[in-house]
Design a protein around this ligand. Sequence first.
Ligand SMILES: [Zn+2]
Length: 127
Amino acid sequence: MPSSCRVCGREKPSPGDVHCSRACAATGLDDVDGGLERAIVALLMARARGATICPSEACRVVFGDVDHDHMERTRRAARRLVAAGTVEITQRGVVVDPSRARGPLRLRRVEQLVEPARVGRGRRADD
Ligand SMILES: [Zn+2]
């Protein structure tokens, strides 16, 4: 996972930076941004495994509307959750790079991978 901007979740030009841009550095995060992340996770936890939500659903929970600026703030929250390994962004069922995706997005929770049991470690059945 390349290092991501703390505010918008997009890939940063340099791993040493905290933000991708001056705009993000000036924007910062507040309780509303945390609320958006929690709304996204709560909506996904209420769905079946593998189901997706539209970011506008979380936007509506927090803001009561899907105003352009509110949607952009919601998409930033979604990208931060991708950076945290909590959520993936899909388009037509395919996971996409959050830094480059354009157009309508869906959000899906990341499945927990269970480590498989070790199989045939250094021994064969006929040893
Ligand atoms: Zn940024």
